[in-house]
Design a protein around this ligand. Structure first.
Ligand SMILES: N[C@@H](CCC[C@H](N)C(=O)O)C(=O)O
Length: 293
């Protein structure tokens, strides 16, 4: 067993994250290793953030993101905050530039420990999300779940934050909806050729939303940072809120600002749980002995 790579089990508002240190290595975390780590209750996760050596000048690292089903994701807001906290603790550095498959991300750890990530610009074109067919107006598309004549969820806003999101607006409590039942059906709906993250959102004030998310490739989560960003820009775009909102998710709250230059800035916490070493090929792992204090 080659337990060569270090990892930290962390979370961002309860979104379970494994930060895997793949720096100085040519191999990658395999989908089989991701699924094996997720199958163990101690290392169960929503996303793995694999930190690699930089591939382009001007960036600190290349980050590869895996969902718990072994599939790859283009963006993960909560996971990016965890990466920042881990690297800031190691290096003392406060600002970072990362490359992901979705592009370049800038992030910063503040004095109070909160972390801001520039999640980039949202995309609203149907081919960019992507959708399987043309929808000229993605502020509200024709899609529903539940009985055909009395849909439970319908007419979502759709957006890409690098990854695909659908936001279903509801007037009542977001907890009253059976997201465990409707989430997988909508995630895999033919209108989403690359599947989608599915959220239920309620506007509670001009600057506040509550949100629950069924994540593509990971299922029900306590928090999804990119979904909070997608919901915030969709709320502003449809006139439901202003451009600066607090998004309350089951794990806590995120501050989301859609700046005038079109960039979306997400701010929130990250938390370390424990560290260990693992085999990126198989997912075999062991916990690192913690020093007595
Ligand atoms: N938890 C993440 C988003 C995870 C990615 C998603 N499941 C996908 O496949 O797009 C976040 O905090 O943004």
């Amino acid at each position: 067993m080659a337990l060569e790579a270090a990892f930290a089990k962390m979370n961002g508002l309860g979104n379970a994250i494994i930060v895997a240190d793949m720096r100085g290595r040519a191999d990658r975390v395999t989908p089989a290793a991701a699924r094996a780590l997720n199958a163990d209750p101690d290392t169960r996760f929503d996303q793995i953030m694999a930190i690699h050596d930089p591939r382009v000048a001007g960036t600190h690292n290349y980050i590869e993101i895996f969902n718990s089903d072994g599939s790859q994701a283009q963006a993960c807001g909560n996971g990016t905050r965890c990466v920042v906290q881990a690297l800031a603790a190691e290096t003392g550095q406060k600002t970072f530039t990362f490359q992901t498959v979705a592009g370049i991300l800038n992030a910063e750890e503040h004095e109070d420990g909160m972390i801001s990530v520039d999640m980039g610009k949202p995309r609203f074109g149907w081919q960019e999300i992507p959708l399987a067919e043309e929808f000229r107006d993605t502020r509200m598309i024709e899609l529903q779940a539940g009985p055909i004549d009395a849909p439970v969820l319908h007419s979502p806003s759709v957006a890409s934050m690098g990854n695909p999101h659908a936001i279903f607006w509801v007037a009542g409590d977001v907890n009253d909806y059976d997201l465990e039942r409707f989430g997988p059906l909508l995630e895999n709906h033919p209108v989403f050729p690359e599947r989608a993250n599915i959220s239920i959102a309620r506007v509670t004030a001009d600057d506040a939303l509550t949100l629950r998310t069924w994540e593509r490739g990971a299922g029900l989560t306590l928090a999804c940072g990119s979904a909070a960003c997608a919901a915030a820009v969709s709320a502003a775009r449809t006139g439901r809120t202003g451009r600066h909102v607090t998004v309350t998710v089951p794990g806590g709250t995120l501050d989301i600002l859609w700046r005038q230059d079109d960039h979306v800035i997400m701010t929130g916490p990250a938390e370390w749980e424990f560290s260990g070493r693992f085999d990126p090929a198989t997912g075999a792992w062991e916990r690192e002995a913690e020093e007595a204090v």
